[in-house]
Design a protein around this ligand. Structure first.
Ligand code: GLU
Length: 281
């Protein structure tokens, strides 16, 4: 079966043990399948991207022996593709302008869904209220339960309207939303397998819905556990996660493999550890 996987970090800081584990999970899965492994810099949220972080991530991947196929693509350079996809959705009447502010949505009486999100109350769904200017563009979601089978977690379902509501594809600040960019890129790059952190599990039905609207194939999904600090927070720059030490790759690779459920032998170099994980039966 053809296999093309990808690692898609947001260049907001250096790789930490959590993002390294996500990279290794998708790399090992791709190489075990004899497939390709691409790297995509998800810098679509330009205000959040940190200058120099993308290069630092690439140098770290190299130092850890995680070699990718083909050129690295940068979302900040692919706005025409996202614009064309948005235009297709606009022409077919799937998206609408929204004038709501974040505060208005936060203050709405809609209760937070089990996904932890506050569904959009639908205020602008049937047209902008009088005197309102368009801020963002949202896609209309159906009252429908979306299902998919995660390779690790099994059957998943989510009612998009009840749990998420109509979601933003073009933000009020003019940047395209991650949900649109990731779907366009996965399709345009021919990705067959998405292996990524569990924190993105709840986004998957949104992505499957956009794939359907845009006529794209649905990749297979596998969500792996996310590394948490002792406070139970996902490792990130915001929670003060330390960068991985590129000068000592073996212990970090061994720790990432153990975290992912492998039981690697002692005393191997980082390259031998990766090879061991790829060849393990
Ligand atoms: N850029 C996203 C992140 O770093 C990952 C997106 C994905 O793998 O789909 O959280």
């Amino acid at each position: 079966m053809p296999y093309r996987g990808r690692f898609a970090p947001s260049p907001t800081g250096p790789l930490h043990q959590g993002s390294l584990a996500a990279a290794i999970a998708s790399y090992v899965d791709a190489r075990r399948a004899g497939g390709e492994w691409l790297v995509r810099m998800e810098d679509v949220d330009e205000p959040r991207s940190v200058p120099g972080a993308a290069d630092e991530i690439l140098r770290t991947l190299e130092a850890f022996g995680l070699t990718w196929d083909g050129p690295v693509v940068y979302q900040s350079q692919r706005k025409e593709l996202y614009g064309a996809a948005l235009e297709r959705l606009r022409t077919s009447g799937q998206i609408y302008p929204c004038g709501c502010t974040r505060k208005e949505i936060a203050d709405s009486s809609i209760v937070i869904a089990p996904s932890g999100e506050k569904p959009y109350p639908g205020t602008c769904r049937n047209g902008l209220p009088a005197g309102r200017k368009a801020r963002a563009w949202r896609v209309r979601v159906p009252e429908e339960t979306f299902m998919f089978t995660d390779r690790r977690l099994g059957r998943q379902k989510q009612n998009l309207l009840a749990e998420v509501g109509d979601f933003v594809l073009l933000r009020a600040d003019g940047y395209f939303a991650y949900q649109l960019a990731v779907v366009v890129d996965d399709a345009e790059q021919g990705i067959t397998d998405v292996v990524r952190g569990e924190d993105l599990l709840a986004s998957t039905p949104r992505q499957i819905y956009l794939q359907r609207l845009l006529g794209y194939p649905e990749p297979r999904y596998q969500h792996v556990p996310v590394v948490r600090n002792p406070m139970g927070e996902k490792l990130s720059k915001q929670t003060g996660a330390a960068p991985v030490d590129s000068s000592q790759p073996a212990p970090a690779v061994a720790a990432a493999l153990r975290f992912l459920g492998f039981d690697p032998p002692q005393g191997l170099s980082h390259a031998e550890l990766l090879k061991w994980a790829i060849l393990r039966r």
